[in-house]
Design a protein around this ligand. Structure first.
Ligand code: SF4
Length: 408
């Protein structure tokens, strides 16, 4: 895979050494067992895959290069480039401005932009409406485009099935930048509706079967269907695509569920189900699959707790947290300084969107085992900082240099 020029501050000598060594031993990425870092009283089990993905490195390279090559120019990002506060703050510190927040609220009025300004499209991509808006302002919308190719692949899949007259069901978070962009691209080709989870897929199924009154659809899915959506006609032939960072098991469950509903409704068999259900497999990206599989591998082991590092608004990170939570106490943190002491940690409850302060953190045991992973937008340097901070609670920081040597 292509390598990118990412600022050194985001790299970690420790994590780079470990990743390189694991890659050498397992080029085909078949081994999902964790890396064990044994420091005596503290054992760290590090997921096989975590951290910056292709799309994030690509976006960071383009954004920093654009800043470097355009001194004196005003540079804007449509919204957060990726869902990591450290990277976004670094760009803000370099004078980059965000036009919108992650929810799509305007921070810089469009009329403030001029044709001389540079506007960078973030890794999530953007809507056709925003592209048109930029063009109307005299700004070439795709000149500084960091849209991840794996997001574009979803748009292409949606277009492909749309051209075959299937309605597109997007499994994604309706307010997420990527899903808004996918919805926009898809609806330009075919009727499109967004479902955020299995509960919404089940609700949608009641309109497919006719169990719910068609008129109710427009209220229940308000803001999530394309203009002119005809609930009777447009739910007879469908295909499912996903936001690239959803939980793989949920995505599969939703596609299977909708497929079965369609088969029952129209008395179809496996042989002829394609008449009404497009088999898209899933459109999750490789990083989502690798990182979630690595957590599944991690969870085969025994540990006292898990730490997941990443931005609080990062979709892929929250799914890693969700997986870990099923098995053991899990702390979702954005940075090392949230681990106040051996007993105290400030962490994020993404279910209720609030930070919590816990007085119970590392257990009093002879050997404490901690599982660790991070999201696709989290710099490895932050993971190393978390490891160093954990070690500091045991007076073991100096051991890290030896581990780096061992993996070289
Ligand atoms: S998580 Fe996947 S789709 Fe998103 S930027 Fe990374 S590689 Fe691209």
């Amino acid at each position: 895979m292509k390598t990118f020029n990412v600022p050194i501050i985001y790299r970690s000598p420790l994590i780079t050494a470990i990743k390189n060594s694991r890659k050498k031993q397992d080029r085909m990425k078949k081994d999902f067992t964790p890396t064990v870092l044994d420091f005596g009283p503290l054992r760290i089990l590090l997921a096989r895959h975590f951290g910056f993905c292709y799309g994030v490195e690509n976006a960071i390279e383009i954004a920093f290069k654009t800043v470097e090559e355009n001194p004196g120019k005003r540079i804007f990002l449509l919204s957060e480039m990726i869902h990591n506060p450290h990277v976004n703050n670094d760009l803000l510190a370099k004078g980059v401005q965000f036009i919108m927040d992650t929810a799509g609220r305007q921070l810089v009025p469009w009329e403030n932009l001029t044709p001389d300004d540079i506007v960078i499209i973030p890794a999530f991509g953007t809507t056709l409406e925003i592209e048109a808006k930029l063009s109307s302002l005299g700004i070439a919308p795709l000149q500084y485009n960091t849209t991840c190719p794996f997001v574009e692949r979803v748009w292409n899949k949606a277009e492909q099935i749309g051209q075959q007259s299937y309605t597109v069901i997007v499994h994604g978070k309706p307010g997420h930048e990527e899903t808004r962009a996918t919805f926009s691209h898809s609806r330009s080709n075919t009727p499109t509706v967004v479902v955020k989870d299995m509960a919404e897929a089940q609700l949608l199924a009641t309109f497919i079967t006719g169990a719910s009154q068609a008129a109710e659809f427009y209220e229940r899915f308000k803001g999530q269907y394309s203009e002119g959506f005809d609930v009777v006609k447009d739910l007879q032939r469908v295909g499912v695509v996903n936001q690239t960072t959803m939980l793989a098991t949920e995505t599969q469950g939703i596609a299977d569920y909708i497929k079965n509903v369609i088969m029952d409704r129209y008395a179809l068999t496996d042989e002829n189900v394609a008449e009404r259900f497009a088999d898209t497999r899933d459109t999750l990206c490789y990083a989502t699959n690798d990182n979630q599989s690595a957590v599944t591998g991690l969870l085969q082991e025994q540990a006292d707790l898990a730490i997941v590092v990443g931005g609080y608004n990062s979709s892929n990170t929250s799914h890693l947290v969700e997986l870990c939570e099923e098995k053991l106490p899990t702390y979702f943190i954005a940075a090392d300084d949230q681990m106040i002491s051996k007993d105290k940690i400030r962490h994020y409850d993404f279910h209720h969107k609030q930070e919590l302060n816990s007085d119970v953190f590392l257990p009093e045991k002879d050997v404490v085992t901690v599982m660790m992973t991070s999201g696709a937008s989290c710099p490895d340097a932050l993971v190393e900082a978390v490891i160093r901070r954990l070690l500091s609670f045991y007076g073991l920081e100096q051991q890290i240099e030896q581990v780096i040597e061992n993996y070289k």
